[in-house]
Design a protein around this ligand. Structure first.
Ligand code: 5GP
Ligand code: MG
Ligand code: MG
Length: 185
């Protein structure tokens, strides 16, 4: 879906589909170089990372096995709770494997820092993070992120997998959601 179909739900498009594609291809080249010896297992975090995972995995010129986790740290609102719960765990045994977590966005960093520790504690050989978006000014914990698409301002964004109350995930671009949509005005 294009932004033009959303009326006044969005205030500004931050990154177009094309910008996301070009940046993801750059990240893929870095990832190929860094994992020249052995491809990592890509671990996508449902549901937001579905688009990044689909595009990144196809951009990578090596075998890209994919696995998925679902964790929740947000309800239907727009603020992080800091409480992380596993809703769906990995299928793969990651003992001794290089793992690359694929994420849509890092906001407070609470989810990712928890997830990285969790995967490391299972005996992964290495755990790195690739995120399409990051809000550097919203970080509450230090998270070492190996690959970042774009740093964005502290605004609630939707599109390219990111939702508000399950809507807007299929918007092609990343855009700032107009506050009237979630403040109920
Ligand atoms: P964190 O734990 O880093 O605060 O954020 C965890 C999750 O919150 C992200 O994976 C994402 O699902 C959601 N989230 C954070 N910021 C935004 C945002 O601006 N828009 C949307 N739609 N979700 C967000
Ligand atoms: Mg996410
Ligand atoms: Mg969400």
């Amino acid at each position: 879906m294009d932004a033009k179909h959303l009326g006044d739900d969005l205030t500004v498009v931050l990154h177009t589909e094309e910008e996301l594609r070009v940046r993801l291809a750059e990240l893929a080249r870095e990832i190929e170089r860094d994992y020249a010896e052995e491809p990592p297992l890509l671990v996508g975090v449902l549901k937001g990372a579905v688009m990044v995972m689909a595009d990144l995995a196809r951009e990578l010129n090596f075998h890209a096995q994919m696995d998925w986790m679902a964790v929740s740290s947000y309800g239907v609102g727009t603020k992080s709770s800091g409480v992380v719960k596993i809703l769906k765990d990995l299928d793969a045994d990651i003992t001794g494997r290089d793992v690359l977590i694929v994420e849509d966005i890092i906001d407070s960093g609470l989810t990712l820092s928890w997830l990285k520790d969790n995967l490391e504690s299972r005996g992964a050989k290495s755990v790195r993070i690739c995120t399409m978006l990051r809000k550097p000014e919203a970080l509450k914990v230090e998270v070492d992120v190996a690959y970042v698409g774009f740093d964005i301002p502290v605004e609630f964004v939707v599109g390219y997998g990111l939702d508000y109350a399950e809507d807007y995930r299929n918007l092609r671009d990343v855009a700032i959601l107009a506050p009237h949509v979630y403040s109920g005005e």
